[in-house]
Design a protein around this ligand. Structure first.
Ligand code: URA
Length: 204
C-alpha cells in the first residue's frame, strides 16, 4: 500500500488511478476532500450523489447543508473537519454501493486515515458503520462510540440525508452530535506511541 504522500491531493490523484472500482467508468469524476482538518474529526458518508459527482467534492448538496448545520451546532465549521465517503464515485441513479465497489475503495480510505490521523471516525449511515463495526446495526448504535481494532474510536450517526426524508431524525442527529461533542471533550489526546501503533495496523 502506497502511503508516502506529501499532500492529500497527491494521495487522491494516485488512488484515482490505482483503484479497481467498477463505478469509475460510470461517474463524472472521483469525489474527495483535499484540505487537512484541524479538529481531528473525520466523517465518512456512503457515496457521492449528483451534486458531488458534478463538483468533485463530498457533501455539497442538501445532505451537506444539514451536515454543516449539525457541525455548527457543536462549534465546528466544514473547514475544520475532514469528510470522505466509503466509495469515491457516484453509483448510477444514487443506488447503494455494492460490496465489490466498497472493497475496491478500501485501501484508498485506509490511506486517507493514515494521512489525516483522525482522533475520531464519525460514520454517517449504515454503509460507513458497517465498514468499521461490521456487526452493529445503525438503529441500536447511533449516538454511541465503538473501539475499532486500530485504536481509533468510531462514533455512529444516522446519515444526514435520512433526516431529509424522515424529519424525526433531525432531532436525533442534533442530539447525537451533542453526544459526539461530549465524547471529544472527555477523550484524552492520543500519545505518540499509540499513534505509531494505529499507523502500523492501518498499513497491513
Ligand atoms: N451522501 C453521501 O453519503 N456522501 C456525499 O458525499 C453526499 C451525500
Amino acid at each position: 500500500m502506497k502511503t508516502d504522500f506529501k499532500t492529500l491531493k497527491e494521495l487522491h490523484e494516485y488512488y484515482a488511478v490505482h483503484n479497481a472500482c467498477g463505478l469509475k467508468e460510470l461517474a463524472t469524476q472521483p469525489v474527495y476532500e483535499i484540505t487537512t482538518p484541524s479538529s481531528g474529526i473525520l466523517l465518512i458518508g456512503e457515496a457521492p450523489g449528483r451534486n458531488e459527482d458534478l463538483q468533485g467534492r463530498p457533501f455539497v448538496g442538501s445532505a451537506g447543508k444539514f451536515l454543516d448545520e449539525l457541525l455548527k451546532s457543536i462549534g465546528f465549521s466544514r473547514e475544520e473537519v475532514y469528510v470522505s465517503n466509503v466509495v469515491k464515485y457516484r453509483p448510477p441513479n444514487n443506488r447503494e454501493p455494492q460490496e465489490d465497489e466498497k472493497d475496491a475503495c478500501r485501501v484508498w480510505l485506509n490511506a486517507e486515515l493514515l494521512f489525516v490521523k483522525p482522533r475520531v471516525i464519525v460514520t454517517l449511515g449504515r454503509h460507513a458503520l458497517g465498514r468499521f463495526v461490521p456487526d452493529a446495526g445503525i438503529t441500536a448504535s447511533h449516538g454511541q462510540s465503538f473501539e475499532h481494532p486500530t485504536g481509533i474510536p468510531v462514533f455512529a450517526m444516522y446519515h444526514p440525508a435520512a433526516a431529509l426524508y424522515n424529519p424525526n431524525l433531525r432531532d436525533v442527529l442534533k442530539k447525537d452530535f451533542k453526544q459526539l461533542k461530549n465524547f471529544l471533550d472527555n477523550r484524552p489526546k492520543v500519545s505518540k506511541a499509540k499513534q505509531e501503533e494505529i499507523d502500523a495496523i492501518l498499513q497491513l
